[in-house]
Design a protein around this ligand. Structure first.
Ligand code: GUN
Length: 287
C-alpha cells in the first residue's frame, strides 16, 4: 500500500514557519510582505483559488489585497492597473489569476507584470531563467510538487519521470525543475502515440490532464511514485483527481491524495515566494 504524500500536512508546517517568520518582522517593526491578486470576471474555480490565497496570506500575516474586476474590462485598463501596482513600492508580489476573458491577451498581461514582483513565475523573463537553469521566481504548482517529493525523501536524481500534460503552468516548468534535480524527464500529452507504454516506464508519474480518474492501475509501474495534479468533479459530484486513487494506491510506493495533495502546496509556494521578497531586506536590517 502506497504511503500518502500529504500536501496538507506539509503545507500547514511550512505556513506555520512562514507565520513565525513574519510575526518576528512585525514585532521588530520591519516591513511586511504585501501580495496583490487581480481577479477578472466570475470564473467559479478562480474565485475559490483566490479566496484560498487570501486566506493563507491572512493566516501568515502577509498583507493582501484582492482586486476584483468586471469581465468587461478592456486590456488597456487592466495593463494600466498592473502598471500602477508595478510602480507601488509597498507591493512585493503581484499576480493576475488565469484564465482571462477573451478580449484580453494573456501574453500581454504576463509580460506587463514586473518580473521582480511575478510571484507566479509566469513572466517570460522568469520562464527563461528557469529554462537556462538559474531559476528565480518559479510557477507554484511545479515548485510545490518538487518540494513535496523532496520533503518526503523521494530521490529525484537519475529517476525516470513521466509528466502527462504540457501546460505552461504545470508540465513545462516542472520538466525544467526536475532537470535541475538531475531527473530524466519525458512529457506526454494528448497526441502521444502510446501513453501507457510511456507511463509504464515511469519511476515517478505526474498527471496533469484534467480527466477525472483516467489513470488506472494498468498505467502504473509497480512501486512508482504517483503525483496527481487533477481537480475534477466525478459523476457523483465528488472532488477527484486524474488518477483512480483506489486502484493505484495498492501498487504505488507513494501517492498524493486529492484533495490534500498538490493543491495546498501550490498556495504555500506562492506564500513562500511572496515572503522571500522581503526576507533578504529584513535579514540585512536585523544584523
Ligand atoms: N490559474 C490556475 N492556476 C493558476 C496559478 O497558479 N496562477 C494564476 N495566476 N492563475 C492560475
Amino acid at each position: 500500500m502506497a504511503k500518502k504524500l500529504d500536501g496538507r500536512q506539509l503545507a500547514n508546517k511550512m505556513q506555520l514557519e512562514l507565520q513565525e517568520e513574519v510575526s518576528r518582522w512585525s514585532e521588530n517593526n520591519q516591513r511586511l510582505p504585501k501580495l496583490v491578486v487581480i481577479l477578472v470576471g466570475e470564473d467559479t474555480a478562480s474565485q475559490v483559488y483566490v479566496r484560498n490565497k487570501e486566506k493563507a496570506a491572512k493566516k501568515i500575516g502577509i498583507l493582501s489585497e484582492v482586486v476584483k474586476l468586471n469581465d468587461t474590462i478592456s486590456e488597456k485598463e487592466l495593463l494600466s492597473l498592473i502598471a500602477t501596482y508595478n510602480a507601488d513600492d509597498t507591493v512585493d508580489g503581484l499576480l493576475v489569476q488565469l484564465p482571462l476573458p477573451k478580449q484580453i491577451n494573456e501574453e500581454h498581461v504576463l509580460l506587463a507584470i514586473d518580473p521582480k514582483k511575478d510571484v507566479d513565475g509566469f513572466h517570460p523573463m522568469n520562464v527563461g531563467k528557469l529554462f537556462v537553469g538559474s531559476p528565480n521566481m518559479v510557477p507554484c504548482t511545479p515548485f510545490g510538487i518538487v518540494t513535496l517529493l523532496k520533503e518526503n525523501g523521494v530521490v529525484l536524481a537519475g529517476k525516470k519521470v513521466v509528466i502527462i500534460g504540457r501546460s505552461n503552468i504545470v508540465g513545462k516548468p516542472l520538466m525544467h525543475l526536475l532537470l535541475q534535480e538531475d531527473a530524466t524527464v519525458t512529457i506526454a500529452h494528448s497526441k502521444t502515440k502510446d501513453l501507457k507504454a510511456e507511463t509504464l516506464t515511469a519511476d515517478i508519474l505526474v498527471v496533469a490532464i484534467g480527466q477525472a480518474e483516467m489513470i488506472t492501475a494498468d498505467y502504473i509501474k509497480p512501486g512508482a511514485v504517483v503525483v496527481d495534479v487533477g481537480m475534477n468533479r466525478n459523476h457523483e459530484g465528488k472532488l477527484v483527481g486524474d488518477v483512480n486513487f483506489s486502484e493505484v494506491e495498492p501498487i504505488a510506493s507513494f501517492i498524493t491524495p486529492v484533495p490534500g495533495g498538490v493543491g495546498p502546496m501550490t498556495i504555500t509556494m506562492l506564500m513562500e515566494q511572496t515572503v522571500r521578497q522581503v526576507r533578504e531586506e529584513n535579514q540585512k536590517r536585523s544584523l
